[in-house]
Design a protein around this ligand. Structure first.
Ligand code: FMN
Length: 302
């Protein structure tokens, strides 16, 4: 009932651990696998080790959170060691990498291609890390084309391009990625950036002052963007943004997503959020006489 096939990859359910949470090492990924995720995305890896922004780098508010992790990660060499053997996983593992320019992306993709990852995700959309994503000018049609074209030559694995729904031309950027050879679009990275001020100290809570906004606050924007993307794209869409319950995932599928990622929801409902959402989805499907979750994709357009 929940099984899907995405870019030729078989998933027991459409819920994917999003990049950035529980993805730095295999032990953490195993927690999300145990929690019922249909696939697991590693934390985005850069060529060199990065320490990221100073703490506090996370701020919660009523409708979600802000983060300014700044792509802290141990770098490619350590990632190649950590993920050299993926045989402990019973679900597909997706690589993710970040760079400041096309030639560094090419180096990362060429190296990650040699491991047993099921797909490689290129986030071109982080809103809070100087030299990366939107702050490296990657949120344009031209940069997207250049990076995706160059990486496409280096791997036969499915290439997923992660865009940002806060850009007014998000659909054009996704179309550029599709034309350059992307196999799926992941939408969205965190929005903004936003800011939370501690009124007692009269200072921004985050050391970096601003951070990417995630969680329930952004969900309606993501649903609308997925709806717009579905009308124009031929390749599948993976929706991310504020999914906390099975019903939210169903909403994303109805808008046109083929699968759904979860990041912030893990901090709110725990690593077994995937199991909880799967139970909620199955119950809803049975109650409404659907045989398979795939029947929901894009029904809001009919
Ligand atoms: C703490 C944190 C770290 C993140 N790190 C990454 C990352 O390394 N790479 C990436 O592509 N997205 C990263 N993201 C973005 C998420 O993968 C996701 O796109 C976004 O948070 C929206 O989904 P959500 O509302 O379920 O959190 C991060 C998000 C959070 C909250």
């Amino acid at each position: 009932m929940l099984a899907i096939e995405l870019c030729g990859i078989k998933l027991k359910n459409p819920l994917i651990l999003a990049s950035g949470v529980l993805g730095l090492n295999k032990n953490n990924l195993l927690r999300a696998q145990k929690g019922g995720a249909g696939a697991l995305t590693i934390k985005s890896i850069s060529l060199e080790e990065r320490f990221g922004h100073e703490t506090p780098n996370v701020a919660f508010f009523e409708a979600g959170m802000l983060n300014a992790f700044g792509y802290c990660n141990p770098g490619l060499e350590e990632a190649l060691r950590e993920f050299a053997d993926l045989s402990c996983f019973s679900v597909p593992v997706i690589a993710s990498c970040t760079a400041s320019n096309a030639s560094d992306f090419v180096k990362l993709v060429s190296a990650l291609d040699k491991l047993d990852f099921a797909a490689i995700e290129l986030p071109l959309s982080c809103p809070h890390t100087p030299g990366h994503g939107l702050l490296a000018g990657q949120g344009t049609v031209e940069a997207t084309k250049e990076i995706v074209k160059a990486c496409r030559k280096k791997t036969k694995k499915p290439l997923w391009v992660k865009i940002n729904a806060s850009l007014p031309n998000a659909v054009d950027i996704a179309l550029a990625a599709e034309q350059a050879g992307a196999d799926a679009i992941t939408c969205s990275n965190t929005l903004g950036p936003g800011m939370v001020i501690n009124i007692a100290s009269a200072k921004p809570v985050l050391a970096f002052k601003v951070g990417g906004v995630s969680g329930p606050a952004i969900r309606p924007i993501i649903v609308r963007t997925i709806y717009d993307l579905y009308k124009r794209l031929k390749i599948p869409i993976i929706a991310l943004g504020g999914v906390l319950r099975g019903e939210h995932a169903i909403e994303m599928l109805m808008a046109g997503a083929s699968a759904v990622g979860i990041a912030t929801g893990i901090a709110i409902r725990g690593p077994d959020i995937f199991k909880k959402c799967c139970d909620e989805m199955s119950e809803w499907l049975k109650k409404h006489d659907y045989k398979s979750v795939t029947e929901l994709i894009g029904v809001a357009h009919e």
